[in-house]
Structures are given as C-alpha cells and as structure tokens.
Design a binder for this molecule. Structure first.
Ligand SMILES: Cc1cc2nc3c(=O)[nH]c(=O)nc-3n(C[C@H](O)[C@H](O)[C@H](O)COP(=O)(O)OP(=O)(O)OC[C@H]3O[C@@H](n4cnc5c(N)ncnc54)[C@H](O)[C@@H]3O)c2cc1C
Ligand code: FES
Length: 280
C-alpha cells in the first residue's frame, strides 16, 4: 500500500516529478499529468502547487486531478509568460519540480446535505475539477450537483471529454455556454452568469464554488445573492502573483490577506470589499 505524506507549511524544496502525459485542451492550454519519483502527497480540492521548470522558474498552478489518486497529479496551464510557456512545451518524460500542496481548499464539507453549484469560466474549470470529481465519488452526500461552465467560444472550452461524460451522467447537471456561438453549437449563448436564474437548484440551501476572471466572480456573487444564496455560502478562488507560496514574501497580498496563506479560496464576505478596489 502507498504511504501518503502531508507537507509542512515551511516546505520550500520542490520534489522531482516525471511528466507522463501532455494533453492539449485548447491552442494555449495544456494539462500535464505527472508522477512523483517518491511517495505521493495527499491534497484537497482547491489547493495549488508551486511548479518549477528547471532553468526557467516557478509558478503557482492549481491541482486539477482527482484527490483520490494523488500518485497521478495533473495541472492545467495557460501559456501567458516564461514559466507557463515552458510548461506548455514540455514533453512526456521531462522532469519538473513541484512543492505543495498549499492553500485553503474548497469547503466541500459545508455543501454536504445541500445543493452544490459550481460556476467556472474558461480555464477556471481546472481549480474546481477536483471538487467536482470528489463530489461525484461521494454523490450521496449532496443534494443537486450543478455545473455552469462558460467559455469565449466552443474551442476555448477545457475538459471537453469530462463535460460530455458528466453530461451523460445523471449525477451532475451540466450547463455549458459560450460568449459567441459558432455553427454547430446547440447549447446556450451568453456569459456564464446568464445561466444562474435559469437552472434548477435550491438557493437557500445551496453552496456555490466559483472560479474564473474576477469580473465573472463578482457577477456570479451578485446573481447568486439576487437568487437568494446567502453570501457566506458563495466561495471564490483568487489569483495574485506568488513567489513563496507559504505566507512569507508578501507578493500575493490583497489588503490584509496573503492569498497563499489565507486563501486562495475565500467566502465571498471575506473579499467582497477588497475586490471592489481597482488595482488592489
Ligand atoms: C493560487 C493560484 C492558482 C493558479 N492556478 C493556475 C492554473 O491552474 N493554471 C494556470 O494556467 N495559471 C494558474 N495561476 C496563474 C499562474 O500562476 C500565472 O499565470 C503564472 O505565474 C504566470 O507565470 P509566467 O512566468 O508564465 O508569466 P509571467 O512572465 O510571470 O507573467 C505574464 C503575465 O501574467 C501576469 N501574471 C503573473 N502571475 C499572475 C497571477 N497569478 N495572476 C494574474 N496575473 C499574473 C504578469 O503580470 C504578466 O502580465 C494560478 C495562480 C495562483 C496564485
Ligand atoms: S506568495 Fe509569498 S506571501 Fe504569498
């Protein structure tokens, strides 16, 4: 039987992982599956790793795989700068270093016995994917499980195979939308928040997890509250530039919060006022 190790907060040295598979999700997003060269480390949905490409640098990347199989770890990465572009160019067999997992996870225990509503925009499906997979493993613990997923266009939707599989599965109610339609797209057209008033769930008894651009999460929080979901049951995950990942360097500061230490998952009332301030 495999031993699971729990990392300590101060652990700053990456461990080597070998890339086993590279899956291209869109023109600039890949999912990289890695296997540890030592014992796997347990993680919880919503946590992130600091992923290091030798000779290039390190970036904070959410874990996008199933928490039940920590020996096969996935990260889904959009190429935006040096590190993420290098990650997008990796081939199977390459070795990278990973430290983590870090951060406060999604509060899935708060959703037990309630409807779980997940709202994801673009690559925002990656950080909520472990929560969806775990909820499906423990399906009897939740009421309705609803996924609202939006992308700019059909070619920007990530995890298409999962969406098709989940859609066919009666355990989860999947609604996909795109900002602009193309020929052949038969689902909803409009930003993801336009789905919120239309889909069946019990707002007074729901827990919401949202991940995407900040403008999308603000709109989600507004629409969910308008529908009757209490603010403290709406959770978002935030991104800022990170260096240490463990609450010492201050790079990820948002007002009084260090995102790596206090988040990245927050209940809406913890961050609502801070997200109203431009450039904070
Ligand atoms: C907790 C957390 C989880 C994340 N999860 C993912 C993930 O699952 N997949 C993924 O693709 N990315 C994720 N990111 C974002 C990722 O860390 C950044 O895109 C990455 O650090 C950019 O590094 P780079 O060297 O490629 O780009 P750089 O050359 O450092 O920067 C390129 C551009 O992106 C900006 N930038 C850099 N970091 C961030 C950031 N964190 N937020 C906003 N803008 C930034 C820079 O200002 C610059 O404009 C996450 C970030 C955090 C904090
Ligand atoms: S990244 Fe250093 S304090 Fe958060």
């Amino acid at each position: 039987m495999t031993t699971l190790e729990l990392p300590t907060r101060g652990e700053l040295t990456g461990r080597p992982y070998q890339v086993s598979t590279v899956r291209h999700q869109t023109h600039d997003v890949v999912t990289i599956d890695v296997r540890p060269e030592q014992d796997p480390i347990a993680f919880q949905p919503g946590q992130f790793d600091m992923v290091y490409v030798y000779g290039v640098g390190e970036a904070a990347i959410s874990i996008s795989s199933d928490p039940a199989t920590p020996g096969l770890l996935s990260h889904t990465i959009r190429a935006v700068g040096w590190v993420t572009k290098a990650l997008n160019q990796l081939q199977p067999g390459a070795t990278i270093a990973i430290r983590g997992p870090y951060g406060r996870p999604w509060p899935l225990e708060q959703a037990q016995g309630r409807d779980l509503v997940i709202v994801a925009g673009g690559i925002g499906l990656a950080p909520v994917r472990p929560a969806i997979v775990q909820a499906l493993h423990q399906r009897e613990r939740f009421g309705r499980v609803v996924l609202l997923v939006g992308a700019r266009s059909p070619r920007d939707l990530v995890f298409r195979d999962d969406l098709d599989r989940w859609n066919a599965d009666r355990g989860i109610d999947v609604h996909a939308t795109v900002d602009s339609a193309v020929r052949g797209w038969t689902d909803h057209v409009g930003v993801v928040t336009t789905l919120i008033p239309r889909v069946p769930f019990d707002p007074e008894n729901a827990v919401v997890l949202a991940c995407g651009p900040e403008v999308m999460m603000r709109a989600t929080a507004r629409s969910m509250q308008a529908r009757g979901v209490p603010a403290e049951r709406i959770h978002v995950t935030l991104e800022r530039n990170m260096k240490c990942g463990v609450g010492t360097c201050g790079h990820c500061q948002l007002g009084p919060l260090f995102l790596c230490r206090d988040g990245p998952v927050f209940a809406w009332p913890e961050v609502a006022d801070l997200l109203e301030v431009r450039e904070l």
